[in-house]
Design a binder for this molecule. Structure first.
Ligand SMILES: [Ca+2]
Ligand SMILES: [Ca+2]
Length: 201
């Protein structure tokens, strides 16, 4: 990327020094590429900035979540999403972002699936194989987390995923997938002890 930029700057400077008619034509060819390149750099900066805000927003939300409190007029989950939304100052479209708040029996269970006997030894669960229905929903789950902000002392995972729509097709050559760059963050915490009057699920 640096080399390309150096090349573009050199070319632009060289064109500025020339004073024949071809300068205008050549500059017209280079200018859109240079402009697109600058937009891509700005966009990359925006993505990095949003990513940092998203991570700190998620951390703030989890710090709030472990206290068992809720914002006035909102449920705990709504309050948690509200905090992330406030901290990302509108850069992340919360309607398009996926926020998961899930309860696990222990830290080591975070992100793990229900136990099963791998009958055909292919390393994955297949329909018909014996499994332990930990969450009692009558089906095997690849993630044993149960949606919710949890009760006092519970282990809770906060996870956010957002597909940043890339502005420049140029940028999507370097990063992202099908015109979007996925931003992700997650944090697992243990809820503080609180009394029944101090909060609720
Ligand atoms: Ca299997
Ligand atoms: Ca299950």
């Amino acid at each position: 990327m640096k080399t390309l930029m150096r090349m573009l700057i050199k070319k632009t400077t060289a064109l500025a020094k020339k004073d024949d008619g071809s300068t205008v034509v050549e500059f017209a060819l280079v200018a859109p590429i240079l402009a697109m390149f600058l937009v891509a750099i700005v966009e990359f900066g925006m993505i990095m900035f949003s990513s940092i805000l998203m991570e700190s927003g998620l951390r703030d939300a989890s710090r709030f979540g472990i206290t068992g409190r809720e914002l006035t007029g909102q449920t705990r989950l709504e309050s948690i999403v509200q905090i992330i939304s406030d901290r990302t100052i509108g850069l992340i479209d919360m309607n398009a972002a996926t926020v998961d708040v899930m309860v696990y029996p222990s830290f080591s269970d975070v992100g793990t699936g229900e136990d099963y006997v791998d009958g055909n030894a292919n390393g994955t669960y297949d329909a018909g194989e014996t499994y332990t229905d930990s969450n009692g929903n009558g089906a095997w789950d690849s993630d044993i987390g149960v949606a919710g902000a949890g009760d006092t002392g519970d282990i809770v995972l906060y996870r956010i995923s957002y597909d940043w729509p890339l502005l420049t097709p140029f940028a999507s050559h370097f990063m992202g997938d099908s015109g979007a760059f996925t931003l992700q963050a997650s944090i697992a915490v243990r809820n503080e002890p609180w009394t029944a009057s101090g909060g609720g699920a």
